[in-house]
Each structure stands twice: as structure tokens, then as C-alpha cells.
Design a protein around this ligand. Structure first.
Ligand code: PGA
Length: 262
């Protein structure tokens, strides 16, 4: 029986107050029917809102992710935020290697790999984003790109102290309203699963799809064998959409259970 995971990536949107009021309303709207064991829910607000949200979401089952982190523990690195600081503020996961970080902040595969190690060290679960650009896809290089990005982070056997989440996000589908075909996502998620098998990752490593996910198309992605959830940007800024997507994921799980029972 598959459990699913939804991660809301708010990017550079929502003030601290807006984030806090969203979190309060979200907790109210989920009360009584949402089961976090069945559908995990993670919110990645701006870094300045993490501490406040950690206090308001403390017992509700919604977890917090940072959207990025810097290397190092502490030191003279003006402007940097270490994994330790984010963990102390209340984050339990960290999104790494998002295509916007790779594109606008020149993050390389090697840097992402270093950050993954630092996140593990601080007790954060890295959510590593991989995916091809439109021109790479047009040149038929999608698999090569994914292989390169995965090779950078999956160099050794993973144990229980290396929790990991992989998000496949085709760059051309992010924020564009164009989604990848379910069949293509299914095949690429399978390729990612084979990579994880090679490093003996625990079967529990979730693989997410990201790129213009919304309440209408979510169920299709969740129905794919190797896809365990979604990383959601634009649609996660709306409370109604987040509540709808949690409902969709809870429903998809129930369908799954009835299929399993025959
Ligand atoms: P999107 O963003 O849902 O707005 O396409 C996804 C992401 O950037 O993680």
C-alpha cells in the first residue's frame, strides 16, 4: 500500500504573516479527516518564516522544509544559512538542486552533492530536484541528464542515516502550465528507482513528480507505480488548492487499497 507525500514549495512568495495565517487556516481545514501517516504534507516557506511556522504547526503533522541551504556549520560567511540553523529553526527537510537554484545561482551537481552530505550531517532530509531543460529534452538527452545528476549524489550505499527524497522536475514544466506525459514520468521514475536500487536505498525513498502539478492532474501522477507524491509550486500558494490536493491524495490511496484487496 503506497503512502504519498506532497511538498508545497512557496519559493519567494508570502510574508511571514501570510505564511503563518495560511498555516493556521490549513490546520483548521485538515482537522478531522486528514491522516498524515497516509499522505505526508510538507510546506517549504521562505527561510524567514520557518521559525514561526514551526511553532504554529508543531503538533499538527505538517512538516517544514527549507528551500535551500549553504555549506558549513557556523563561521564568517555573511548571508549564509547552514543546515544546523535551519534544523534548529524547525525545518526537517531541505529542497536541494532546484532548477531555479541551478539556473539563477549557478549551483552545480558537485555543490548539490556536498549540500546533500551537509544536510544529512545536520539531520535534515534532502529533497533533491533533478530534471532536463527543454533543449536537453529536444536533443533526446533526458536520460543522460538524469543519470549525471543522480550519479553526483548516489555514490555510495545509502543507510538509514541517509534519508532521501528525489523530485523529478522537468525544467520546461515548472511554472509553465505544461505537464509531462504520465507515461514519460512513469518511465523516468522507474529509471530513478533503478538508481536507488543500485545504492541499496531503503525502498522508502519517495520519488516525486514536480512541474505544474494542480488538483486536476495530481491523481494521474500518483497512480504511477514509481511515483510517490508531488512537489508543487504555483498551485500550493492557494489554500483551497492545497486542501483539494490532500483530498485527491487521500482518495488515490483509498483506490490503491481497494485494488490491492481485489
Ligand atoms: P510549479 O513549480 O508547480 O509552479 O510548476 C514546481 C517547482 O518549482 O517545484
Amino acid at each position: 500500500m503506497k503512502s504519498s507525500l506532497l511538498i508545497a514549495n512557496w519559493k519567494m512568495y508570502k510574508t511571514v504573516e501570510e505564511s503563518a495565517s495560511f498555516a493556521r487556516l490549513l490546520t483548521e481545514r485538515l482537522r478531522g479527516w486528514w491522516n498524515p501517516e497516509e499522505v505526508g504534507l510538507v510546506v517549504a516557506p521562505t527561510a524567514v518564516a520557518i521559525f514561526k511556522l514551526a511553532q504554529s504547526l508543531a503538533d499538527g503533522g505538517v512538516q517544514l522544509a527549507a528551500q535551500n541551504m549553504d555549506l558549513g556549520t557556523e563561521g564568517a560567511f555573511t548571508g549564509a544559512l547552514s543546515a544546523y540553523l535551519l534544523h534548529e529553526a524547525g525545518a526537517r527537510l531541505v529542497i536541494l538542486g532546484h532548477s531555479e537554484r541551478r539556473r539563477y545561482f549557478a549551483e552545480t551537481d558537485a555543490l548539490v552533492a556536498e549540500k546533500v552530505e551537509a544536510a544529512w550531517h545536520a539531520g535534515l532530509t534532502p529533497v533533491v530536484c533533478i530534471g532536463e531543460t527543454e533543449s536537453e529534452r529536444d536533443r533526446g538527452e533526458t536520460q543522460t541528464v538524469l543519470d549525471r545528476q543522480l550519479a553526483a549524489i548516489l555514490k555510495k550505499p545509502l543507510g538509514s542515516s541517509h534519508p532521501l527524497i528525489i523530485a523529478y522536475e522537468p525544467v520546461w514544466a515548472i511554472g509553465t502550465g505544461r505537464v509531462a506525459q504520465n507515461q514519460d514520468v512513469g518511465q523516468l521514475a522507474h529509471l530513478i528507482r533503478r538508481w536507488l536500487d543500485q545504492v541499496q536505498a531503503p525502498a522508502a525513498v519517495p520519488i516525486l513528480y514536480g512541474g505544474s502539478v494542480n488538483p486536476e492532474n495530481l491523481a494521474g501522477f500518483l497512480s504511477l507505480d514509481d511515483v510517490d507524491g508531488a512537489l508543487i509550486g504555483g498551485a500550493s500558494l492557494s489554500l483551497d488548492h492545497v486542501v483539494s490536493m490532500v483530498k485527491v491524495a487521500m482518495g488515490a490511496r483509498q483506490t490503491d487499497t481497494s485494488i490491492a484487496k481485489g
